[in-house]
Design a protein around this ligand. Structure first.
Ligand SMILES: O=C(O)c1cc(=O)[nH]c(=O)n1[C@@H]1O[C@H](COP(=O)(O)O)[C@@H](O)[C@H]1O
Length: 270
């Protein structure tokens, strides 16, 4: 999918919300464990309940890989379900890949061609040849880590270079020269709103995927205020804050209420 459809969806739903499908069998309602595929049942219910308020879904691969083959099958069924029932929705495989060129090509093929995701998250620190193979896939988006939400972002990304710039600034600047860089989006953590102005100067046109509101403490209002551009330019993710709002029979309804609460805040900026 290209970003025009995403923009249209944001306009239509008055939402920039991305629901993170980070499914942990220890946290989902107990009655779902009786199903043959509890992860898929949970995802299906969450997707159907939140679709009115959300323009994107982001399963984080770790939560599927942790269950081996069963987890991978649940992921496959989830993306199939989304593509079949809600083809207008933007889908992100949060895989944070990043390897040498020929390996990167295989990762890209797995997520774009085989599974059919619209976007994949990648770590850029192995350089251009670890990201460009993803960008070679037309009509797909590659979401590169820019400035992440975790405390450890300061270890490398916020290291000051001799020219006075942060390392993450250099990485973002350099990425703009890569082939098909118009298909790049960037991850910027909601926990670091003070850097949004700087990032918007570096990548004014790009979409930013912003995790870190809710459980990690980032402010949704600050993200909307400082992160948007004239094309909206934001996808704001919440995972635990939505999907584990309740772990009883009403879990899907509670997730929908939380998604709507976030959407109503975003609506003020759209
Ligand atoms: O790439 C990501 O999505 C990501 C980048 C980042 O800087 N911080 C971050 O939390 N994430 C992911 O976003 C999700 C955040 O989940 P919650 O904190 O539960 O909303 C998790 O899947 C994280 O792996």
């Amino acid at each position: 999918m290209n970003t025009n459809i995403l923009k249209q969806q944001i306009e239509l739903k008055k939402s920039m919300l991305c629901v993170g499908l980070d499914v942990d069998l220890e946290k989902i309602p107990k009655h779902l464990l009786d199903f043959e595929d509890p992860i898929f049942e949970f995802n299906k219910a969450i997707i159907d309940a939140t679709i009115k308020f959300s323009v994107a879904y982001k399963p984080n691969l770790a939560f599927y890989e942790a269950y081996g083959l069963k987890g991978w099958l649940a992921l496959e069924k989830t993306i199939e379900y989304l593509n079949k029932n809600y083809p207008e929705v933007f889908t992100i495989a949060d895989a944070k890949r990043g390897d040498i060129g020929n390996t990167a090509s295989r990762y890209a093929k797995a997520f774009f061609d085989d599974l059919g995701f619209d976007a994949v998250t990648v770590a850029p620190y192995m350089g251009k040849d670890s990201v460009e193979p993803f960008l070679a896939f037309k009509n797909k988006q590659t979401i590169m880590l820019g400035l992440t939400s975790n405390p450890g972002a300061k270890d490398f990304q916020l290291e000051k270079l001799s020219d006075g710039n942060y390392l993450f600034e250099k990485v973002l600047e350099r990425s703009k020269s890569w082939q098909n860089s118009h298909q790049l989006m960037y991850v910027v953590g909601a926990t670091k709103p003070e850097y949004f102005k700087m990032i918007r100067q570096l990548v004014p046109e790009a979409f930013l995927l912003v995790p870190g509101i809710g459980a990690q403490g980032g402010s949704l209002e600050e993200v909307c205020e400082y992160g948007m551009n004239t094309n909206f330019g934001l996808l704001i993710n919440s995972s635990r804050g939505i999907i584990y709002k309740s772990n009883s029979l009403d879990f899907a309804e509670a997730a929908a209420d939380e998604a709507q609460r976030l959407q109503l805040v975003m609506k003020k900026y759209l």
